[in-house]
Design a protein around this ligand. Structure first.
Ligand code: NAD
Length: 336
């Protein structure tokens, strides 16, 4: 039996984890885990955290002092964890590496189709009794060149959807996949992917190397009118550079499920509050920008898988078993 403190929890987390918890004791806190909230972990064996909890060296040192030796991430990305500090403090980091890559890939498709066919605008028009098609002209995905950066689990699922739709898929990954090559994906240099894509979709993790991979220079290489899609991590994109490209009308459209400064905004209802983030406020008023609030993972199938894998990770930790779901500088290919 493990005692685990959950951070950044929402009612849906509790629902899926309570269904799967067996005899473990779980306590749910709404607050994010960061140095100021580590005091909530006294007496727990481990913590369970999400994408915007801050597992930096201070948090890890304080967790170690509280004798908490497990950080179970209920997500795939681990860019918010200082892996070197985890090692120094003897804390194991487990994650859910794949919990339905199709969920995120299908969300990227939803964003692309919404932008390509303007269904969000058509929905509002028809509800308002406006049946005009003026300014709703869309475009086909068929035969477009779709660029994919990162062909891991989600990137692969996304490539499969795009090749299925008859798009030409070009990709960049530090470790190209033979499986994808056999399916018709053509690997190119990063600059070629930037310059050839009609639609560019990001599926690589956030690392020091990929931070602001979309910046003024890469945007200047992109085709005029191209669509940029980010369902991976907000900090892959330099938001100010993207705003400039949208204002100059070189970038054709933007669809994002993640945002550079999402920590202070996402997963909360701020509809009655003043949004003080001027960059997201600017993005929100472009007619060719579509924003969802980090819901790529958010399907019933994913939530069940996340709960089951996290509980298996906790049990492997209790049994002191090695696990493929552990992340550490020794175990991953490319330690940040
Ligand atoms: P993965 O580890 O299976 O794949 C990542 C791929 O990126 C790998 O093939 C890797 O070689 C490649 N890569 C690493 N560094 C690169 C670089 N510098 N340039 C190009 N490619 C590089 O991960 P995944 O499960 O496919 O997830 C990808 C990302 O999606 C996660 O890191 C996370 O940030 C994001 N994600 C978002 C959501 C959401 O709800 N929107 C949900 C899950 C994951």
């Amino acid at each position: 039996m493990a005692k685990i403190a959950f951070f950044s929890t929402q009612p849906y987390d509790q629902q899926f984890f309570e269904n799967a918890k067996g005899n473990h004791h779980f306590e749910y806190f709404e607050s994010r885990l960061r140095p100021q909230t580590v005091n909530l972990t006294n007496g727990f064996d481990g913590v369970c955290v999400f994408v915007n909890d801050r597992i930096n060296s201070d948090t890890l040192r304080l967790l170690s002092e509280a004798e908490v030796r497990l950080v179970a991430l209920r997500c795939a990305g681990f860019n918010n964890v200082d892996l070197r500090a985890a090692k120094e403090n003897n804390i194991r980091i487990m994650r859910v590496p794949a919990y339905s890559p199709e969920a995120v890939a299908e969300h990227a498709l939803a964003l692309i189709m919404t932008q390509a066919r303007k269904t969000h605008k058509a929905y509002n028009r028809v509800r308002d009794g406006n049946f005009s098609l003026v300014r709703l002209t869309g475009f086909n995905i068929y035969k477009k060149t779709v660029g994919v950066i990162g062909t891991g689990q989600i990137g692969k699922a996304f490539c499969n959807i795009m090749t299925g739709m008859g798009a030409n898929v070009v990709a960049y990954d530090k470790f190209p996949s033979d499986e994808m090559k056999k399916k018709g994906v053509i690997y190119k240099s990063l600059n070629e992917v930037f310059s050839e894509s009609d639609i560019l979709s990001l599926h690589c993790p956030l690392t020091p190397e990929t931070h602001h991979i979309i910046n003024k220079e890469s945007l200047s290489m992109m085709k005029k009118g191209a669509m940029l899609v980010n369902t991976s991590r907000g900090k892959l994109v330099d938001t100010l550079a993207v705003i400039e490209a949208l204002k100059e009308e070189t970038l054709g459209s933007l669809a994002i499920d993640v945002y550079e400064e999402e920590e202070k905004l996402f997963f909360r209802d701020l509809s009655e509050q003043i949004i003080r983030d001027d960059q997201i406020s600017r993005l929100m008023i472009f007619p060719n920008v579509l924003i969802t609030a980090h819901q790529g993972f958010f399907t019933k199938e994913s939530l069940e898988q996340i709960a089951n894998t996290t509980i298996k990770n906790i049990e492997d930790y209790l049994a002191k078993k090695p696990s493929d779901n552990e992340v550490s500088c020794e175990l991953i290919k490319d330690c940040p």
